[in-house]
Write a protein of this length. Structure first.
Length: 164
């Protein structure tokens, strides 16, 4: 059997070690290495990220909510829905302090607080919704949206407190 010289042994050991360690991949497109591009969050696996919107993911540093409260995104509706039927059977009134929620019983009173400005309004659940993203937890009437100062923004981070 042929014996290797000490420099050859070192070279062979270095090659074996290099073959066993992962090599960092260089980015092949902008955003692939954690750079932010056009409002997207880059993913480490290189997959194309989806656009982010406020409230997409819960804040891991936020304190836990007390029982009977919920946090998420509120939207509002009015205009073309005014006078139309609601899930409770009554007619929708954009000037009333009402809201739509996916699961709360009809007639439940809820205090909605906008996180950004601390404004609150008490609404009565009379409809079902919002439909679509699960981060959207309530649709408030136009009057409730005005009280929360969210008409221009269209959506707002809120907390809900179920009232007795």
């Amino acid at each position: 059997m042929h014996s290797l010289s000490p420099p050859a042994r070192l070279l062979l050991a270095a090659l074996v070690l290099a073959a066993c360690t992962p090599t960092p991949q260089r980015p092949t497109r902008p955003g692939a290495a954690g750079q932010r591009t056009r409002g997207h969050r880059a993913r480490a696996d290189g997959a194309r990220p989806r656009p982010t919107t406020p409230g997409d993911a819960p804040d891991p540093l936020a304190p836990p909510l007390p029982p009977g409260t919920e946090a998420g995104i509120a939207t509002w509706y009015g205009g073309k829905h005014h006078g139309g039927p609601t899930a409770s059977g009554e007619r929708f009134d954009k000037r009333g302090l009402t809201a739509a929620h996916r699961t709360l019983p009809m007639g439940t009173r809820v205090r909605v607080t906008r996180v950004k400005n601390g404004r609150t309004v008490v609404v009565r659940i009379n409809d079902r919704g919002p439909f679509g993203k699960k981060t959207r937890i309530i649709d408030v009437s136009e009057a409730a949206a005005r009280a929360l100062d969210m008409i221009d923004d269209g959506i707002a981070k809120v907390t809900l407190e179920i009232l007795p």
